[in-house]
Design a binder for this molecule. Structure first.
Ligand SMILES: C[S@@+](CC[C@H](N)C(=O)[O-])C[C@H]1O[C@@H](n2cnc3c(N)ncnc32)[C@H](O)[C@@H]1O
Length: 324
């Protein structure tokens, strides 16, 4: 396809919802997890990029787009035999190897990482052969979710460190429902520099899109992926948001109010709710350290909850939850 034809087609797309029902003639549609070439093409055109670098180059979709658009290209992938001459074989997690020079002069870096822990997609020994037997364990696709996201974020930061001031880093990531759990890569993505803009990429002809769930479900079928565009504002600054998971008991959370804590205990009490039950349930937890008279505070909260109609006092020091 010529650059003019590509730009003409892209002119139809004016907002942040990107919908390309055809993936275009680039890369390999049989390569699992490949993306439409219209996505890198859209951003090359939008940011007027004359040089592109890519982590996770896969089947060569972005390489082919760059060739048609007359844009210089450097890419890498874990595949020991990459399918295009502009793609080198490299593990993005191996910091002893420098990124190729093209990352240091790129106007735009594109990343379409594996979606860690999706069961039915495989790269090592499936899309390509693990010829030296070391790559399966380094394939981010094969990693559990948390470790995989740590590697994806490492890749985002590595590419960011290399790219010049003013360059754009475009990350295409999935929203995954796998093994009954919902995982948002976007929500767990590190954002070095400025979050320039986010886009929604509508999905077409996907395996998940053809699934149907029987009966009523409180999940909708996932019909989109997300794109985060990060811009590098200056030469030295590294300002990033690295998501961190916090998990604690509400009784140890000092920002939870007494109303929150007492209601949580009341809701989780199997038998009768008495002041003793409440004292025992909270004793030793951090919330008690915020008030030396915490027992009096619980009694005061119970009075308040009774007035508010959230609990009933059944007899002295005994309560029942009012059904919601
Ligand atoms: C979602 S695919 C990219 C597909 C590509 N956009 C296309 O259209 O063909 C992710 C790629 O990441 C590669 N990969 C997995 N782990 C890697 C690692 N540690 N370092 C570099 N590449 C890796 C896989 O081999 C796979 O090709």
């Amino acid at each position: 396809m010529t650059r003019e034809d590509i730009i003409k087609e892209l002119g139809k797309h004016t907002d942040t919802v990107l919908s390309f029902p055809n993936r275009g003639p680039w890369g390999d549609s049989r390569y699992r997890g490949n993306c439409s070439g219209w996505i890198p093409a859209y951003f090359i055109n939008k940011y007027n990029a004359a040089s592109v670098a890519e982590v996770f180059a896969g089947s060569g979709t972005t390489y082919d787009v760059c060739m048609d658009m007359g844009v210089s290209y450097t890419g890498l992938d874990l595949n020991p035999n990459p399918p295009r001459p502009g793609i080198i074989s490299m593990d993005i997690m191996d910091d002893s190897i420098e990124l190729p020079d093209g990352f240091y002069s790129a106007d735009m870096v594109f990343l379409h990482p594996p979606y860690p822990s999706i069961n039915d997609i495989r790269y090592a020994n499936s899309m390509w052969k693990d010829t030296d037997g070391t790559r399966m364990s380094r394939d981010i696709q094969e990693m559990p979710w948390e470790e995989g996201m740590r590697c994806v974020n490492h890749a985002v930061l590595r590419a960011y460190n290399a790219m010049p001031t003013g360059a754009y880093e475009v990350c295409l990531v999935g929203e995954i429902r796998s093994k009954g759990q919902y995982r948002s890569m976007m929500q767990n993505l590190a954002i070095p520099g400025i979050l320039h803009q986010t886009f929604i990429k509508l999905q077409h002809n996907t395996v998940s899109g053809s699934r149907t769930y029987s009966g009523r479900s409180d999940y909708a079928l996932t019909g989109h992926e997300m794109i985060a565009v990060i811009k590098k504002p200056s030469g030295y600054e590294l300002a990033y948001v690295m998501p961190k998971k916090y998990s604690m008991d509400i009784r140890d959370c000092t920002m939870a109010t007494w109303k929150d804590v007492v209601m949580s205990i009341a809701r989780n009490t199997k038998g009768e709710i008495t002041t003793e039950v409440l004292y025992n349930a909270i004793e030793g937890h951090k919330k008690t350290q915020t008030n030396a008279n915490w027992k009096a505070k619980i009694r005061q909260t119970l009075q308040y909850l009774e007035k508010a109609g959230l609990i009933n006092r059944t007899s002295l020091g005994r309560y029942a939850l009012v059904a919601a």
